[in-house]
Design a protein around this ligand. Structure first.
Ligand code: S3P
Length: 181
């Protein structure tokens, strides 16, 4: 079997409010390639908003649909993919991400994330009595998972979407890996 080098999609991972969708759309626009979003794929496939899915079907159902969405992206090449903040919590997803393309962790500090997510009330996992504590606990659990899954980490705190996009595009230009054709 011969092997070749191919360039896969840029995949953005990171906590809610880390800017995955905004930065992802900006990169896609600048490269001139499609933008995909696992949350959007799940919404399209189920016909339900994320908050409705959590409320009506539960988190496990959502995670299952999220993995299906990720699987459906296998073989994608020239695109940018934004993922939901919890995608790294499922081991199979971490493997799929690594096989799919260039995985970039958008890192932000807790203060910055809290300020960003407090602006909208749509995130089911932060609809708790103490959202600040919930965020802290989730971040603590997930940080090592993002770091393990990523090929590259970019610090987003206090930086513009344009600066972040520039750094990711420069890093992705150096990234390629062996796949079987
Ligand atoms: C989630 C993050 C959300 C969405 C769902 C669960 C999480 O996506 O997938 O609410 O577990 O962190 P964003 O990261 O785009 O907000």
């Amino acid at each position: 079997m011969t092997s070749g080098v191919r360039r896969g999609p840029i995949i953005l991972i990171g906590f809610m409010g880390s800017g995955k969708s905004s930065v992802g759309q900006l990169i896609a626009q600048r490269i001139g390639c499609p933008f995909r979003d696992t949350d959007r794929l799940v919404i399209r496939e189920t016909g339900l908003e994320i908050s409705e899915l959590f409320a009506e079907k539960g988190e496990a159902f959502f995670r299952d649909r999220e993995t299906a969405a990720l699987r459906s992206l296998a073989g994608e090449q020239n695109c940018v993919i934004a993922t939901g903040g919890g995608i790294v919590t499922v081991a199979e997803n971490r493997t799929l991400l690594g096989e799919l393309g260039f995985v970039v962790f958008l890192k932000a500090d807790e203060e910055t994330i809290f300020a960003r997510v407090s602006r909208n009330q749509k995130r089911p996992l932060l609809q708790t009595d103490n959202p600040r504590q919930s965020l802290h606990d989730l971040l603590e659990k997930r940080l090592p998972l993002y770091e393990a899954a990523a090929h590259f980490t970019v610090d987003t705190s206090g930086r513009s979407h344009r600066e972040i996009a520039d750094e990711i595009m420069a890093a992705s230009a150096d990234f390629s890996w062996q796949v079987s054709p």
